[in-house]
Design a binder for this molecule. Structure first.
Ligand code: PAF
Length: 285
């Protein structure tokens, strides 16, 4: 497994792979890898000849009061996991390499899809994601890029700007990987104390309840959101950021569910902000 740290190194690696006719898969990550990331790698392995995983905690997608400096960094452990998973190359640049002095170009998706859900709570977040993912896709010359369904809004944003900017890279969505308790795998789970981790199961439980109610015939968005809210409120450690239901992938408001919809939640357990979601009335993208 090659470790690439500079733009020149990744560009040389991708050029060689392209010239020998290989299909290049990119798995963009911020490191602190867990089963969810390894599932992205597994999908990429199956669909591509060469797999590049980027590990880069992207400063421009964090707000001033968010956890950029605190974000877990464990490069050596991550590399061990990726080596075992059969990854061909890891791209691990510094922030200075990606955003050198004088850097001033950003990709902004200026539609409702970035103004709802996490876009309201985290202004600038999707501009940062769109910018770094554009750069990574170009650097890797990726034919396919793999993203987890847990970040459903991110998937919509990435699909939108790759289509709008005619970037010839297929965006592949991979299902959410959960712990046996139901808790969706996330790098931020490691911040949870044992008590908080137990409390965090309330997220998936509440979504399960809503999904069951939907299957039993409740297609009313307000009623399903209320069900989730009431369930979350049973957990004293849970503080709700949002409980939202939008069409998917359009992310438009809806009252009576008659097309695939995204039921998405963001909840603080102690100081840790967790997100989770479920698709109602259809398969995820
Ligand atoms: O989902 C993430 O970990 C990040 O938003 C991504 C896609 C790696 C961009 O920094």
């Amino acid at each position: 497994m090659e470790i690439l740290r500079t733009l020149e190194q990744i560009q040389t690696f991708s050029k060689k792979s392209k010239e020998s006719g290989k299909i290049i898969g990119l798995v963009p990550t911020m490191g602190a890898l867990h089963e969810g990331h390894l599932s992205l790698v597994e999908y990429a392995r199956r669909q591509c000849d060469v797999v590049i995983v980027s590990i880069f905690v992207n400063p421009v997608q964090f707000g001033p009061n968010e956890d950029y400096t605190m974000y877990p960094r464990c490069f050596a452990q991550d590399c061990e996991k990726l080596q075992l998973a059969g990854v061909d190359a890891v791209f691990h640049p510094t922030a200075q390499e990606m955003y050198p002095n004088g850097y001033c170009t950003y990709v902004m998706v200026d539609g409702e899809i970035t103004h709802t859900l996490c876009g309201t709570q985290r202004p600038g977040h999707f501009r940062g994601v769109a910018t770094v993912v554009t750069k990574l896709i170009h650097l890797a010359q990726a034919d396919k890029a793999f993203f987890g369904q847990k970040d459903a809004q991110q998937v919509v944003v990435v699909r939108t700007f790759t289509k709008d900017l005619n970037i010839p890279c297929s965006i592949i969505t991979v299902p959410i990987v959960r712990e046996t308790s139901g808790l969706a795998r996330s790098s931020r789970n490691r911040y949870l104390s044992p008590v908080e981790r137990k409390a965090a199961c309330i997220l998936s439980q509440s979504l399960r309840q809503a999904k069951d109610a939907y299957i039993r015939g409740n297609h009313n968005a307000d009623s399903l959101k209320q069900l989730v809210t009431q369930h979350l409120q049973k957990e004293p450690l849970a503080l709700i950021d949002y409980v939202s239901l939008y069409t998917y992938p359009g992310l438009e408001p809806i009252q009576i569910i008659s097309e695939p919809c995204l039921l998405a939640i963001a909840v603080r357990i102690g100081t840790v902000r967790l997100i989770d979601n479920v698709i109602l009335g259809g398969d995820p993208l």
